[in-house]
Design a protein around this ligand. Structure first.
Ligand SMILES: Nc1ncnc2c1ncn2[C@@H]1O[C@H](COP(=O)(O)OP(=O)(O)OP(=O)(O)O)[C@@H](O)[C@H]1O
Ligand SMILES: [Mg+2]
Length: 280
């Protein structure tokens, strides 16, 4: 039994903590008093009898940068699908903080509750500038036209400025997003997610297709987020993973469950990990 299950308030339809047992937790706020932002417990997902996830159990701490590695088909993306409500597990529990039952929330409710997801391919508004993309991300509930006409508050402008700095696109602020390099588009999308202040950010193979220089800068960027955001990063690029590994836990998935977990050095010297993944 995970910590999430003991003494948790039952999740309701809206996915908000609400209710009497956590009266001091504001509506929509994630209850992380036990130190974790995410609890996956005994999750199984089957596709036509094939178990893409098989009794997967994994917790993520608040402010943690968790690295996830493992061979193709290990279930890494499926795990993110479960967390974001895209795929429902056959069994097991998935909790966001102590009280939000992700398996009972819709994808949009989960996103609003504070789980952001970066898919592999960049999805930016190509015909809008970098600045406008960030502006649009900040106010996702309006039409493009209404958002770009509405005046930004000083605070919003500052948020955009600091995000531009973080994603290294200050010099490209008025450029059409469609003209950016692949790596720059990826950074822009990360910025668009960050500006929505997610409590947990999931990144699926963020450096795939990037140049070496872009990969290195992405590593720096994610290191800057450490402690400020809770992050789950799936990656095959082991040089990149190694660059983020100091102070991080690495989880190795294999055949839908956790094969090994620990420091980079620990998993790298694990004979089973070498056999199924690193030694290929
Ligand atoms: N919608 C689906 N229908 C059927 N099978 C699926 C579906 N989604 C995933 N699978 C299968 O589940 C297994 C796990 O896939 P998943 O995409 O989660 O792996 P992954 O660890 O992300 O791999 P990769 O490193 O290649 O991205 C694979 O065998 C895949 O073919
Ligand atoms: Mg995948």
């Amino acid at each position: 039994m995970s910590a999430a299950q003991s003494g948790m308030a039952s999740g309701n339809e809206t996915g908000l903590a609400g209710g009497t047992s956590y009266a001091h937790v504001k509506d929509g706020e994630v209850d992380t008093r036990h130190g974790a932002i995410l609890y996956l417990d005994d999750i199984t997902v089957s596709f036509d009898g094939f178990k893409a996830l098989n009794a997967l159990t994994l917790d993520i701490g608040v402010g943690e940068l968790r690295l996830i590695i493992g061979p193709n088909g290990a279930g890494k993306t499926t795990m993110m699908d479960v967390i974001t409500g895209k795929t429902r597990p056959d069994s097991g529990t998935a909790f966001f903080g102590q009280s939000m039952d992700l398996t009972r929330m819709s994808e949009s409710t989960i996103a609003r509750a504070g789980i952001g997801r970066k898919f592999q391919r960049p999805t930016v508004f190509e015909n809008h500038t970098v600045f406008e993309n960030l502006e649009l991300a900040m106010k996702t509930n309006k039409t493009v036209h209404a958002t770009l006409r509405a005046k930004l508050t000083g605070e919003q402008r500052e948020a955009i400025e600091s995000t531009l700095e973080l994603i290294r696109l200050k010099g490209e602020v008025h450029r059409m997003a469609g003209l950016l390099s692949h790596g720059q588009k990826q950074w822009l999308e990360i910025g668009m997610l960050l500006i929505q202040e997610p409590k947990l950010l999931l990144l699926d193979e963020p450096v795939a297709g990037m140049t070496d220089a872009e990969t290195e800068r992405t590593g720096e960027l994610l290191n800057e987020l450490r402690g400020k955001h809770s992050l789950m990063v799936v990656e095959h690029d082991m040089d990149f993973v190694a660059r983020l590994a100091t102070g991080s836990t690495v989880t190795v998935l294999h055949e839908g469950s956790v094969l090994a977990e620990g420091s980079m050095a620990q998993v790298q010297s694990d004979q089973r990990v070498i056999e199924v993944y690193l030694g290929r």
